[in-house]
Design a binder for this molecule. Structure first.
Ligand code: SF4
Length: 361
């Protein structure tokens, strides 16, 4: 493997557009059992090319700091290469996004103040990549069907593109799905280093989705991620036909988390205008629309991770929604939800008449 192959993800996406700096951990820890895996050895090659400090250890330790802040910082600057536990081989459904979820990794180097992982993953938010990825992928075949189209979501617990320069895992996964029938891999990212994905022969079996939001939300609440405009340009590269140097992928936009911030109609209208300017060619495009919500547990964790956050998590201005297990989450009141939904359906249909809106939640 040449250094240029690995570093090609750092390429900017156009003249004058400064490339977003790829995340590099302070320390990479391989657990001893993971280190034996051939995929871990491929990761090791990349780790060495970037000159990163690494160690092989029986367990991942040393994340706990003297304060909550220090623990968070230690965790977010450590990349652990571990073996996924046996439970990773019994897949769980993930409606409405896909039929099944599976995981290349857990954790993410970004710092979104509403992070979906708060409350889903336990312990310090370290980034764990699964060294037994080939076995994880082979296991998916059991869940495919000759007669039915089956979808698999790979980004429930991580942003896979954020780690791609260090792992190559998304490329492995896209290549794997390209050989399957009647299936679709789905992943979503806020990152823009899509260059390594563009040359893959994916056979339209992967839908690449980019997570977008109003510019002011991107700036204030999504630290450690590329600017919203850079993500839109990345989406353009993924969607452009291969004949003009693009990836030729089916693509999607995940608008999330939608928030009724001051001037939200103008802000989101501007975002949709920018998107329609960049996607000025026919492409297979879907939208997923997700409003902001929080649970008592996620609020607690987020306030520990981001004590100075300006994110609105005020139970008084929300209504409670219960799930079938009795768990609660706080969502926007019905009137507001209707107003937002009407706006997005109308404005998306006006700009992207052939795009499909998959769901609103
Ligand atoms: S990109 Fe996603 S997973 Fe990563 S910090 Fe932001 S919300 Fe959390």
């Amino acid at each position: 493997m040449q250094q240029t192959d690995v570093l090609s993800g750092e390429l900017g996406l156009g003249p004058g557009n400064k490339a977003f700096k790829l995340w590099l951990p302070r320390l990479v820890v391989f657990t001893a059992d993971a280190f034996e895996e051939p995929y871990a050895q491929k990761i090791l090659e990349r780790v060495k090319l970037y000159g990163l400090k690494y160690e092989v250890s029986r367990r991942v330790t040393g994340l706990k700091g003297a304060s909550e802040k220090e623990t968070y910082q230690n965790a977010k600057s450590t990349l652990a290469i571990v073996k996924a536990p046996p439970s990773a081989f019994s897949l769980r459904p993930i409606p409405p996004s896909a039929d099944w979820q599976f995981h290349l990794a857990e954790g993410c180097p970004a710092h979104c103040q509403y992070c979906y992982l708060a409350g889903s993953l336990t312990g310090p938010p370290a980034i764990r990549v699964f060294a037994n990825l080939p076995a994880i992928l082979e296991n998916l075949v059991k869940y495919t069907s000759r007669s039915q189209f089956v979808t698999f979501e790979a980004s429930c617990y991580t942003d896979p593109l954020s780690l791609e320069h260090l792992t190559g895992g998304l490329q492995e996964t896209i290549n794997f799905f390209s050989r399957l029938q009647n299936t679709q891999l789905r992943f979503v990212t806020k990152f823009d280093a899509v260059a390594p994905l563009l040359d893959l022969e994916h056979h339209n079996n992967t839908r690449c989705r980019i997570s977008l939001n109003a510019h002011s939300i991107g700036r204030k609440l999504e630290s450690g991620t590329p600017a919203v405009s850079a993500r839109i340009r990345a989406l353009r590269s993924l969607a452009l036909p291969k004949s003009v140097g693009g990836g030729g992928y089916p693509v999607g936009v995940v608008l999330a988390p939608i928030m009724p911030i001051p001037n939200w109609e103008q802000e989101y209208g501007r975002l949709l205008d920018e998107l329609s300017n960049e996607l000025d060619f026919p492409c297979d495009l879907t939208f997923e629309l997700i409003t902001h919500r929080f649970t008592p547990g996620s609020k607690d964790i987020l306030l520990k991770w981001y004590p100075g956050t300006t994110l609105e998590m005020d139970e008084q201005v929300r209504i409670v929604k219960r799930n079938k297990f009795g768990g609660i989450k706080y969502v926007y009141p019905k009137l507001m939800m209707n107003e937002l939904k009407t706006f997005f359906y109308r404005e998306i249909s006006a700009r992207f008449p052939s795009a499909k809106i998959l769901y609103w939640t």
